[in-house]
Design a binder for this molecule. Structure first.
Ligand code: SF4
Length: 343
């Protein structure tokens, strides 16, 4: 096994400053540590930077679903595939704000608005900016994921009150072309730079279980860790089964221990980033989620659906967090009544 500089087999602490020069071999050496050593190292770094008994809770709403011109091979919303999903128009601001208010009252601290676009048109951005400002007025952190952005569009979203912009790299540079052909990885990096330059915090991660190798997963993390600034949020998505998409032919759900190892490496490479268990959490046992929290994951999406896929039910999440003694806005709030006709 490769033994990288600064990686101690006995798990001793070697935390050091935030780095942007990680090598693949270093990441692979961390990943290959004996499990207890890897977990100890990740947990030690986690405790240096975060309250280990707190998890952030975010909520995600699809404000414009389906009909996307991109060909991301995992996505139910791509117009390239027959997934049976009905495309919708951009939601009305009042409906978005009502949903955000319910999410806040159910325990979400951040509200992410997602639109299935290659990039927003300026008239669409007018609408989204109005939504961002209104959600911000609810006292929530705001996030949006709208596709590629120009510097001017990023500046407009910032001025509207956008705190975070999500734009995932999805996978490693080597595997990327097997998943997406209509948008290059450099396009994504450029949008991340435009977002960062506008002063918006970056949410960027990827998907695990599309048929990539472990080296691809680590390559993705190394790419993120070597950006000029680490993303403030790093979502780790588990591949979600979707009818009619090409990734079905290669997808393979990762071994749970492999997933916990990956989360631990993400924590070590990006010590101050919030690592979020995102899509696919409904496939994870409570025990695996607990292991991922130990490895340094400290954010989850709450709510019954995530865009077009399922998410764990509220009761299950509250029960798990309570049993672990983990605090969050979710298990501090009472369940909210279902929406009324006037919401
Ligand atoms: S850009 Fe987003 S919505 Fe469009 S196909 Fe890719 S993942 Fe789906």
């Amino acid at each position: 096994m490769v033994q990288a500089a600064g990686v101690s087999r006995n798990g001793s602490r070697d935390i050091g400053p935030v780095r942007h020069d990680w090598g693949r071999l270093e990441a692979e050496a961390l990943y290959a540590l004996p499990f207890a050593d890897l977990m100890f190292r990740a947990q030690s770094i986690h405790r240096e930077n975060f309250d280990p008994n707190h998890v952030e809770t975010a909520s995600l709403l699809s404000i414009k679903t389906g009909g996307c011109p991109e060909d991301c091979g995992y996505c139910s919303q791509s117009a390239h595939y027959d997934t049976g999903l009905k495309a919708t128009k951009l939601m009305a601001q009042a409906d978005v704000v009502a949903t955000a208010r319910r999410a806040r009252d159910a325990g979400a601290s951040r509200f992410c608005m997602a639109a299935a676009w290659r990039n927003p048109k300026d008239r669409d951005l007018d609408e989204v900016c109005g939504m961002v400002s209104a959600v911000k007025d609810l006292g929530m952190e705001t996030c949006a994921t709208l596709g590629m952005l120009t510097p001017a569009q990023a500046a407009r979203l910032r001025d509207a009150g956008l705190d975070f912009y999500n734009h995932n790299v999805d996978t490693s540079p080597e595997f990327y072309d097997k998943i997406i052909t209509t948008r290059t990885l450099q396009d994504r990096i450029d949008t991340l730079a435009n977002v960062r330059d506008a002063g918006i915090k970056v949410c960027c991660g990827g998907i695990v279980g599309m048929g990539e190798e472990v080296e691809d997963r680590l390559g993705m993390l190394v790419m993120l860790a070597n950006l000029p600034n680490h993303p403030e949020s790093v979502p780790i998505n588990l591949w979600n089964e979707v009818k009619g998409v090409p990734v079905n032919d290669t997808a393979e759900r990762p071994d749970p221990i492999a997933l916990a190892r990956l989360v631990a490496v993400a924590r070590i490479l990006m010590p101050k980033s919030v690592v979020r268990l995102s899509a696919g959490r409904q496939y994870m046992t409570d025990e695996l989620q607990a292991l991922c929290f130990l490895a340094g994951a400290n954010s989850i999406f709450i709510g019954d659906v995530l865009l077009t896929t399922k998410n764990p039910q509220r009761d299950r999440d509250v029960n798990l967090l309570d049993r672990l003694g983990v605090r969050s806005r979710l298990n501090q709030m009472q369940p909210v009544a279902p929406p009324s006709a006037h919401d």
